[in-house]
Design a protein around this ligand. Structure first.
Ligand SMILES: Cc1cc2nc3c(=O)[nH]c(=O)nc-3n(C[C@H](O)[C@H](O)[C@H](O)COP(=O)(O)O)c2cc1C
Length: 102
């Protein structure tokens, strides 16, 4: 039988709720992608061009460091990856790739 992981990043809780519901319904393991530096409410101000999220999204090479790491990734056959949409793009996929597929 396939072993499945639900991994997610959530800055303000919505993706976390969805990921928890999915993991429970599908019976998967669950893993939170935790950035080294947590996002504050000020960081998430999309109306401010100088907020952390605006600056990161403006920099295509930006890959904020991830603190958490999945041990023994080889055990998983399928991974559901959950993330919020920021500026029409899914975030933290690049960080995840960089952290787990070196
Ligand atoms: C910096 C920033 C940019 C966003 N850009 C978009 C967007 O382009 N389109 C959209 O539908 N929602 C956008 N949102 C809303 C988030 O996708 C939405 O609030 C999401 O549920 C947040 O997930 P979280 O609570 O797991 O962090 C943005 C939110 C932030 C903080």
């Amino acid at each position: 039988m396939s072993k499945v992981l639900t991994a997610y990043f959530s800055a303000s809780g919505s993706t976390a709720h969805a990921a928890e519901a999915l993991a429970k319904a599908a019976g998967t393991d669950i893993f939170e992608i935790v950035p080294e530096q947590a996002y504050t409410a000020d960081d998430l101000r999309w109306t401010d061009k100088n907020s952390r999220s605006s600056l990161e999204m403006a920099d295509k090479g930006s890959r904020p460091a991830i603190e958490s790491r999945v041990e023994n990734m080889e055990q998983y056959d399928v991974i559901f990856l959950g993330f919020p949409i920021w500026w029409y793009r899914g975030i933290y996929r690049g960080c995840w790739r960089q952290r787990h597929h070196k």
